[in-house]
Design a protein around this ligand. Structure first.
Ligand SMILES: [Zn+2]
Ligand SMILES: [Zn+2]
Ligand SMILES: [Zn+2]
Length: 148
């Protein structure tokens, strides 16, 4: 294991403990894969990578518990498939505060968190209570622009 990987693993262990989740090799593996790419990753794609070691039901449970604990957040891509990305802000159990816009590539369907682009303030009619706001920007990612 490289030093960098050891360091990351330590962070992941801490993250799991902080959230009251037992440290298991499977949970560490899923965190490793979610943080591996810039883009968010879908459950089917995760399955392709970790499927030999983690069965579908376990993977589903791991993702749901991560989402519940505020470790990852879910974004739906253009096909309506749920993709997962790490939470960067102060998300806590059952309270996500990922106040950023997501970018979805219309060619490769990759989903990116634009952490630096915050959501605009919106005012709803007074009889609606806002719980969450999601804005997706759709266009071409850097890779797909190159191939043009
Ligand atoms: Zn979150
Ligand atoms: Zn693309
Ligand atoms: Zn995000």
């Amino acid at each position: 294991m490289t030093n960098e990987k050891k360091e990351r693993n330590k962070e992941f262990m801490e993250l799991l403990r902080e959230n009251g989740l037992k440290v298991t090799s499977q949970r560490l593996r899923v965190l490793e894969e979610i943080t591996h790419k810039d883009a968010a990753i879908s459950q089917p794609d995760l399955e392709k990578i970790v499927g030999k070691d983690i069965d579908r039901v376990t993977l589903y449970r791991i993702l749901s518990s991560f989402e519940e604990k505020g470790i990852v957040h879910k974004i739906f891509d253009l096909n309506g498939t749920a993709t997962y990305a790490m939470c960067t802000s102060n998300c806590t159990e059952n309270h996500h505060h990922d106040q950023h816009i997501h970018f979805i590539c219309s060619v490769c369907n990759s989903v990116f968190c634009l952490d630096e682009v915050s959501l605009p303030k919106i005012t709803l009619p007074s009889h609606f209570a806002l719980h969450s706001l999601a804005i997706n920007a759709v266009g071409l990612c850097a890779n797909c622009q190159k191939e043009d």
